[in-house]
Design a protein around this ligand. Sequence first.
Ligand code: PNS
Length: 162
Amino acid sequence: MNPRVAVYPGSFDPVTLGHLSIIARAKEALETLIVAVVRNPGKDPMFTIEEREEMLHRLVGDCPGIIIESFEGLLIDYVRDKDAKFIVRGLRAVSDFDYEFQMAVQNRRMEPEVDTLFMMTEAEHFYVSSRMVKEIAMLGGDVAHMVPQEVLDELDRKRGIK
Ligand code: PNS
């Protein structure tokens, strides 16, 4: 496993300022950061995988060392396949901890060579989540403090404004 390579997995439905901050900060410690959009048929996403990948490409695709992909199946199989040593996850309030801890433990049980690196979100992103973005945006609220302009435009398109 390559210790300079990490996978940052997520739904990114849509990508938020919190995600972008984690990507920028994690990249400083790594040579290669693979931002991996999960293809999860169980969820009912607002944006298609292609739309989410496209948004990420527009936002961080030009940054050297950042790769954007999607994956399906077990995350740990994908991480192994990429020869990555680390999984990066952002931690917000305490409420994230239980779920994140469970995932980290299960992933480590399946592959002890891979470790999860947790990064605290910036204080201003503590309560930023894709779920809140979708809910507030769809009900006509302002989410400009939670997502970049590119995503605001995409949300407007979904709402039929643009
Ligand atoms: O942004 P999210 O929705 O919090 O990301 C969750 C994600 C993609 C990290 C998680 O659902 C995942 O790893 N899915 C892939 C399937 C898998 O490996 N599940 C077992 C995790 S222990």
